[in-house]
Design a protein around this ligand. Structure first.
Ligand code: PMP
Length: 390
C-alpha cells in the first residue's frame, strides 16, 4: 500500500517556510512572552452583530445542505459590490461562493490548469501559491520581481517566463510585501497576459486595506474581464477568517466549472455562514474601514519608528496587514536575522526567504498586535538591527 504522489508534489519536498512560526508557538507554550508578528490575522474577533446574524440564520433552520455555487442573494451582493468598486458589469452568474479565498485560489487553478501545464506566480508570494498551482498536477513557475522595483511584476519578466504557461497569479494589495500595484504595472501585466494568452488569477483579498494609492482590479482594464478570475474573501475585510467565506468573480464558463468542482468537493458553504456574510456586506464600507483601522495606525507607527534607520529600508507600505523590511544592510539573511531576533529579543517576524528567493534579506512584519506592544516591538527591532550593522 502507498499513498498517492500528489501531496508530496504539493510541498515540492522543501521546507514550508514556517519554522519561525513553529518555534514561536513552542516558546509560548513553554510560558515565554513573545511579541508575535508572524501570522496575518486580526487581533479582534468577528463582530458580535455578524455572529448574531449567523446564529439567527442557523436557529431559523438554515442548517441543511447549501446550494453549491452560493445563495442567489449573496452572489448578487458580491456582484453588485464588485461592479460598484470596479465599474465592470458583473452578474450574480459571474460569482461562485467558496469556503474562503484559499478554496477560491485552488478552484481557479483546478479549472484553468490541466496536469502537466505550467502556472505562473510572482516571487515573493503568499505561502500557499506554489502548492496551490502544483495541487492541480501542473508545474509552478516563478516570475521574479526585485526589491528595488518595490517587488512590482514587470511585463518583460512575465513574457520571459510565459513560454507554455496558461495562468498567471497576481496579488494586490500584496502579501508579503504590502505593496499595491499601480495602474502602469497592471497595464504591463495585462499586455503580457494578452500577448502570451494567459488567464490572470487576481488575488484581491486585501482590497479594503489601502493606506496609500488606490486599489485597482486588473479585471477593469480593457479586454481583461474575459481572461481574469478575481479571488475575494470576507476573511481580511470583515475579520471573518474562521468562517471560511470567499468567492471567485469570473467569466460564466469559468464560474460554471468552479461550481462543478464545488459539487464534487466542498458541497458549498453552510447557509448560515452565507447569511452572516450577506449581513456583514450590508454593514458597508464604514465597517470595512473600522476593521482596517488598527493596521492603518500600526503601519504609521512602523514608519515613524523606522524612519532614519541605517539598518532598515522600508518597502513602500501601501496596503494589507504587513510591512516588509529590507535588512540587507546588516549583512544577515532574513532567516538569520529572524532567528536571532527571536533568540535575543523574543520578537517573532517572518523571514523574507519564506516567501521566495527574491525576498531574501528581508523581513515581513504583521501589523497584528496592540499598538503599544507593536511600538515596543518595532523600537526593539530597530535597535537590534542597528547593533547588527557591520
Ligand atoms: N490570499 C492571500 C494573499 C492571503 O494572505 C490569504 C490568507 N492569509 C488568502 C489568500 C486566503 O485567505 P482566506 O482563505 O482566509 O480567504
Amino acid at each position: 500500500m502507498r499513498i498517492a504522489n500528489r501531496t508530496g508534489h504539493i510541498t515540492g519536498g522543501g521546507s514550508d517556510g514556517w519554522e519561525i512560526y513553529y518555534r514561536t508557538r513552542d516558546l509560548i507554550a513553554a510560558g515565554e512572552r513573545v511579541l508575535t508578528l508572524t501570522i496575518g490575522e486580526h487581533d479582534i474577533r468577528t463582530d458580535r452583530r455578524i455572529l448574531d446574524a449567523m446564529h439567527a440564520s442557523a436557529a431559523a433552520g438554515n442548517t441543511g445542505y447549501a446550494f453549491g455555487p452560493g445563495n442567489r442573494a449573496l452572489r448578487e451582493a458580491i456582484a453588485a459590490r464588485t461592479q460598484a468598486r470596479t465599474g465592470v458589469p458583473t452578474s450574480w452568474r459571474n460569482v461562485v461562493v467558496t469556503p474562503g479565498g484559499q478554496s477560491a485560489l485552488f478552484s481557479s487553478h483546478m479549472v484553468l490548469l490541466d496536469a502537466g501545464d505550467v502556472g505562473l506566480h510572482c516571487d515573493p508570494f503568499y505561502a500557499t501559491y506554489p502548492g496551490t498551482v502544483r495541487a492541480t498536477g501542473a508545474t509552478a513557475r516563478r516570475v521574479p520581481t526585485t526589491s528595488d522595483a518595490a517587488f512590482l511584476p514587470q511585463e518583460a519578466q512575465i513574457l520571459a517566463r510565459a513560454e507554455g504557461a496558461r495562468t498567471l497569479l497576481i496579488n494586490t494589495p500584496n502579501n508579503p510585501t504590502g505593496v499595491v500595484y499601480d495602474r502602469a504595472t497592471l497595464e504591463g501585466i495585462a499586455r503580457a497576459a494578452q500577448a502570451a494568452d494567459l488567464w490572470v488569477i487576481s488575488d484581491e483579498v486585501y482590497d479594503t486595506q489601502i493606506w496609500q494609492g488606490e486599489h485597482l482590479s486588473i479585471r477593469a482594464l480593457p479586454g481583461m474581464a474575459e481572461r481574469t478570475v478575481v479571488v475575494g474573501s470576507m476573511s481580511k475585510s470583515h475579520a471573518m477568517t474562521g468562517s471560511r467565506l470567499g468567492w471567485i468573480v469570473a467569466p460564466q464558463e469559468v464560474a460554471q466549472a468552479v461550481e462543478t468542482l464545488a459539487t464534487n468537493t466542498t458541497y458549498g458553504v453552510p447557509a448560515f455562514i452565507q447569511d452572516a456574510a450577506l449581513f456583514a456586506l450590508g454593514l458597508g464600507e464604514g465597517f470595512e474601514a473600522e476593521v482596517a483601522a488598527p493596521f492603518r495606525r500600526r503601519r504609521e507607527i512602523a514608519l515613524r519608528v523606522l524612519q532614519g534607520s541605517n539598518a532598515i529600508r522600508t518597502i513602500p507600505s501601501m496596503g494589507a496587514m504587513y510591512v516588509m523590511l529590507d535588512i540587507r544592510a546588516t549583512g544577515l539573511s532574513g532567516n538569520a536575522f529572524a532567528n536571532r531576533l527571536l533568540d535575543e529579543e523574543r520578537i517573532a517576524v517572518m523571514p523574507g526567504e519564506s516567501f521566495g528567493d527574491t525576498a531574501a534579506g528581508h523581513l515581513r512584519v504583521a501589523l497584528t498586535i496592540a499598538d503599544d506592544r507593536f511600538e515596543e516591538a518595532m523600537t526593539r527591532l530597530a535597535a537590534f538591527a542597528e547593533r547588527q550593522l557591520p
